[in-house]
Write a protein that binds this ligand. Sequence first.
Ligand code: ADP
Ligand code: MG
Length: 567
Amino acid sequence: MSDRARLEALLRESDGRSYPAYRALKGSWDLEAFTLVVDHVQGDPFAAPSRMRVLLNPEQARLPDPILSNESRRWGVAALMARTFARRAAEKSVSRGSERSGEIRMEDPGQLVLPQTAVVIFESGGVEARCTVGLPAKGRRVAGHNAVALLLRDLATVIHRTLVGRAFEDVELERCAAVNEDADAARAELERLGLVAFVADGAILPRESGDDDRPLTSSERVPFASPPTMRVDLTLPNAGGVRGMGVRAGVTLIAGGGFHGKSTLLRAVQDGVWNHAPGDGRELVVTRVDTQKVRAEDGRPVSKVDISPFIGDVPGGGSTRSFSTANASGSTSQAATIMETIEAGARAILIDEDTSATNLMMRDRRMQELVPGEGEPISPFLHHVRTLHDELGVSTVMVVGGSGEYLDVADAVVRMEGYRSRDVTEDARRIAESFPSTRLAEDHTPLGPPAPRRVDPASLDASRGRKTRHVRPLDARSLQFGRHTVDLGGLEQLRTPAQIRTAGLALALASETEAPLPVHELLEWIDSRIRRDGLDALDSRRPGTLAAIRPLDVAAVLNRLRSLRVV
Ligand code: ADP
Ligand code: MG
């Protein structure tokens, strides 16, 4: 008897039996067009749905050779498959009984194209896809005939329409492969060219709305055009010659009036650490991966961070060389994030005045008179931004509409005007000379590399109750980590729940380190595990719900854990 016939018989015979009869599904089923591997069977209809993998060998998947030739190309197509599967499955999912009976679910990567575990394409041309399925129940009993329809019909249909070469036009597969390969190639050029970011001419930066990541479709949208003086030409493997704006290492300001597109440009740059799907508009907006957006996050916890370059002794006599709080202010939170970001190895930081603590960014002459030197512990970012680049090698790209003091310290100034960019660096120099700053020089602790902090692995314990590890994203902006909820609202570069889950699992894994390691060594330890064993290193249950993150993201989540102890 074929596996298919056996599976069908098993399900039909189980109809009406108690739900645990489904346990017999566990294992591998050769269903001719693909192999279905049932890794975990839910214990009852109310439990988390059952975990399954779909395996296709190269003959079953029949993907055209050109899309297999390197990893970038394969991830580009894998994201297309995951996106399409997730959406088809959502359409296909019909209720086949009580609770989540009949639900087929895959993690949807949205606009992003990342290495992830929902769909993987191997060099050989084989495909592995992971999804969850709500096994049909009638009350608390097996709905066997419904299960046949679900697994052998609904699921099979979704697979035929999303995981095989003939599900897509060849040109579409090639486009996904090519766009992703070009984005990786463009990002790989940045370092050699001395750039933090590249924004291609023609890119569509604005989004449909604040909570919709798709490109703005309005006819009013203005495609990006680079200022001639900032132009860089790249040669990409598929698109060939591409022109755009190069954001150089150093201090770059994005100036301009309110509502002229400053924050939109900065947001595209911060998202440029990830690749985007064809049609997104930001396919060729690429940013160095070691770039971190930094903002004020009052209320966040801080553990023994040296913020003394930015903030001297605080009221109550506390030294800020090792500053801890369960409830940071706007300025202390942002100062801590800057220091932590340097500690974690960032080479560029992005700051938007919209989301910054004003007093950390700037203090003008009159305020210096009213609250002189010793009365104000804050030494603004303005004092440190040059040192940050010239001595620590960390570039800054900053949106400033309000404070002209930054003109003195900028290497380049871009002005956004009606969504069009202009290079106003020369104007800015002239203005800085004609209108010299009246600010008084102030003493401050010079900015240097932060003293290493060692992480106590016991403080990364993610257990809760009987579970040795309880890690899950609560929504797109927070993480349940053991007994704690971690607020990630300030981490704008973590884009998806899959990324949040991955960061949480990475920290849970790090609880296995034997001795307290300095933060950067801990990040390296995690990163090398993932590089060696893939994202599956993080969870032996092989979930399809993990996606690539950067060491900087792991550090950022680490620093927001309320349980974190550093020694
Ligand atoms: P700023 O930071 O300068 O105040 P924003 O970047 O927030 O301005 O942009 C203001 C509005 O303009 C937003 O609604 C944004 O979606 C829209 N916008 C930004 N760039 C463009 C563009 N290139 N074309 C059309 N609309 C845009
Ligand atoms: Mg803005």
